[in-house]
Write a protein that binds this ligand. Structure first.
Ligand SMILES: [Zn+2]
Length: 557
């Protein structure tokens, strides 16, 4: 239907009026200190929200503004601090859930304590077909011998047990696991590996690991539920899932169908094979009230810096015979990214080393010509970039998806792997932002804790949770609190084509917000890192509340 311009204007004004006027079913969230980053590098304050019964914000109320009414209810937040729900632009949802459901052996003080934890876990999980755990370190035990199959058999002999060492370079298996893996005392270890009394080192670990059965749908559902519980407890109301498998997607859609999806998931399929397995040839719509969308594909250009798998332009400073691992030829990368883009998917490519980043930038520069339009090409990590390449990022419209806590975990290692000229372009948040590129922040959970507050603190201080190093590592790369909040909010939403729905509290967007125990604008970085989330709300409904005891949902780091 056509209408005359004047009438159209009139209708638009009327629609705006209807949208902005309170209805009897509305809710007012009142009496809080609200902070949110805008797109101009500032922090805006507000102290009330009018929310419709659809769970979306109608009006953001500022101090002194009269409260609309009458409404169904007014919730008094008691003067506490309110922020938009935080968004992690790069995590692994199922990995987080599975890791949290495994037997956690970090901090065991003796073999006896390992055995006790194993025994308790086995009793608490009678249906677990295999018991999988991680985190032991015999170096912190009084007797520093490696655990053996016999040590595990003494506690659990009825089903396979596989326990990985804290560094991931060794595992101990019980006799049932070795039987299931078809390994006996006479089995030779593969090259680069060793087997001793149930201990499998490095390349030998695969003999057992590959036999651990894939998760059942019920186990995947439990892992997703656990992951959501952890994320909401940390104040994350949305995440980008970087590398969704077909099984993971199955768990996410089952949760959506059952109304059990509270965290909003922006899904990036685990490369092209996952798309094929799912039979997807185009992105999905936003599903379940904007709680799930598969809109992108994740690709890999190289490995990681710690294991010298990051692909560098020049050899490693601490191992001159290698430049790391190149995963794809230029042609292969362009072909895979081009295929995904041709289907309408957003492309997010993992690149750690400066050679990998240069390769991905070049691929996106070329693809920008053949696949024009709003593509929002993403590089995941953008960890070490040749300073000469940094201006190319913004020019090609590439989003830098970076993880502040990688810097605080990695800096000592990075100083060994790289020389000073290359450190200039390492974890260079400020320089990249100044170049005009858009930043999106995340954690890469479960590699790092999903808790975004240590990430916000690292972003503004270049220090870890204990304040190390003093003054911050390469502090010129700090960003402002407004930029940090933007990276975990509007920036992360934009990086997922979701800025019209989430990332800030504005009229028409979802009422996803959190109540925290301190004012981020009034505390230092160390205190910011220790912020506790008291309540998490999604679509205007409370989905998490911290237990009054103060135990919270957090464990470990
Ligand atoms: Zn990752």
């Amino acid at each position: 239907m056509l209408c005359r311009p004047a009438m159209k204007t009139h209708l638009i004004a009327l629609a705006a009026l209807i949208a902005a006027s309170p209805a009897l079913a509305d809710t007012i969230i009142d009496n809080f200190n609200g902070y949110q980053a805008d797109d101009e590098g500032r922090i805006r304050t507000f102290n009330g929200l009018l929310i419709g019964d659809d769970g979306k914000v109608k009006i953001v109320l500022t101090p002194g503004a009269s409260r609309p009414g009458p409404v169904a209810r007014t919730i008094d937040m008691g003067g506490r601090t309110l922020l938009p729900g935080l968004i992690d632009a790069h995590g692994h949802v199922m990995g987080l859930g599975f890791a949290a459901l495994q037997l956690d052996l970090t901090g065991t003080a003796s073999l006896g304590e390992l055995q006790q934890r194993l025994k308790d876990y086995a009793a608490a999980n009678p249906d677990a077909r295999w018991i999988v755990g991680r985190g032991w370190n015999q170096e912190s035990w009084p007797v520093k011998n490696f655990p053996t199959a016999a040590d595990l058999d003494a506690v659990v002999a009825d089903r396979p047990v596989v326990l990985t060492r804290v560094d991931g370079h060794a595992l101990v298996a019980n006799s049932a696991a070795m039987r299931a893996a078809g390994v006996s005392a006479s089995t030779p270890a593969p090259s680069g590996g060793r087997i001793e009394n149930g201990l499998f080192i490095d390349n030998a670990m695969g003999l057992v690991r590959t036999k651990i059965p894939a998760a059942t749908p019920a186990e995947a559902d439990a892992a997703l539920a656990k992951a959501q519980e952890i994320l909401l407890g940390h104040g994350l109301t949305a995440v980008a899932d970087m590398g969704t498998s077909a099984d993971g997607w199955g768990a996410m859609t089952r949760a959506g169908d059952a109304g059990r999806l509270n965290v909003r998931i922006m899904s990036y399929a685990s490369a092209l094979p996952a798309l094929e397995e799912l039979g997807r040839t185009a992105p999905t719509e936003w599903l379940y009230g904007d709680r799930l969308r598969m809109g992108g594909v994740k690709l890999y250009a190289d490995g990681a810096l710690g294991s010298r798998g990051a692909w560098l332009k020049r050899p490693y400073a601490d191992q001159p015979d290698t430049v790391g691992l190149r995963f794809l030829s230029d042609a292969e990368l362009r072909e895979q990214a081009g295929k995904a883009a041709a289907m309408g998917f957003q492309v997010a490519t993992h690149a750690i080393g400066d050679a990998a980043n240069a390769q991905v930038i070049a691929a996106y520069e070329a693809l920008g010509k053949t696949h024009p339009g709003d593509r929002r090409w993403r590089i995941e990590h953008v960890q070490v970039v040749d300073p000469a390449d940094i201006p190319r990022i913004a020019k090609a419209g590439i989003i830098a998806s970076m993880q502040p806590t990688h810097q605080t975990s990695d800096w000592l290692m990075a100083e060994k792997r790289l020389d000073p000229p290359r450190l200039e372009g390492a974890y260079a948040w400020h320089t990249i932002a100044q170049s005009g590129a858009r930043l999106a922040f995340g954690s890469d959970f479960p590699v790092e804790s999903p808790n975004p507050f240590p990430g916000l603190a690292a972003a503004i201080s270049r220090q870890d949770m204990s304040g190390q190093p003093p003054g911050g590592w390469r502090p010129e790369e700090r960003v402002t609190l407004a930029q940090a909040l933007h990276g975990f909010g509007r920036g992360a939403a934009f990086a997922g084509f979701a800025e019209d729905r989430i990332g800030s509290l504005d009229a028409g967007k979802w009422a996803d917000f959190i109540i925290v125990d301190r004012d981020p604008t009034k505390v230092d970085a160390q205190a910011l890192a220790r912020t506790q989330v008291l309540e998490t709300w999604v679509a205007g409904k409370k989905v998490y509340e911290k237990a009054a005891s103060g135990a919270g949902g957090e464990r470990g780091k």
